[in-house]
Design a protein around this ligand. Structure first.
Ligand code: DAT
Ligand code: MG
Length: 139
């Protein structure tokens, strides 16, 4: 079976709440391999590029403030059907709609603080891995 990559990022509240280990464990148990991972700070320039599709929306400034407020945990995952499976494990953008058993459904209550990001397409994976990990593509 063909393995592909996806990019996920535990947002500042997830790191602050000590959820990185639980979240990594979920992905590993599901069958993903960690290709690269790091704790890092996101500066405004990176945040605005990462979320460029949302520029101009009413929540954009708050979103950039939030994602730059403290460390995030950025991860490249590899597995079968990586984008779709990671997104289904993450759950709906608004935790009010996220099913229990999903990461947002188990750990988050507000759309502003929904604790994790996951790439939404193969194109987003390429773009986001380049933004967060540069040319490096792991081992
Ligand atoms: P996702 O993170 O599920 O891919 P998205 O790309 O539509 O969702 O939005 C990116 C982030 O922006 C999302 O995780 C939280 C924030 N956001 C989205 N819609 C919002 C809204 N209506 N109010 C406040 N924040 C919102
Ligand atoms: Mg998105």
């Amino acid at each position: 079976l063909e393995k592909t990559r996806t990019f996920v990022m535990v947002k500042p509240d997830g790191v602050q709440r000590g959820l990185v280990g639980d979240i990594v464990k979920r992905f590993e148990q599901r069958g993903f391999r960690l290709v690269e991972a790091k704790i890092m700070r996101v500066d405004r320039a990176l945040a605005e590029r990462h979320y460029s599709q949302h520029q101009g929306k009413p929540f954009f400034e708050e979103l950039v403030d939030y994602i730059t407020s403290d460390s995030v945990f950025a991860v490249i995952l590899e597995g079968v059907n990586a984008v779709a499976i990671a997104r289904s494990m993450i759950g709906a953008t608004n935790p009010a709609a996220a099913l229990s058993g999903t990461i947002r459904g188990d750990y988050a209550t507000s759309v502003e603080y929904n604790i994790i990001h996951g790439s939404d397409s193969a194109e987003s994976v390429e773009r986001e891995i380049a933004l967060f990990f540069g040319a490096s593509d792991g081992v």
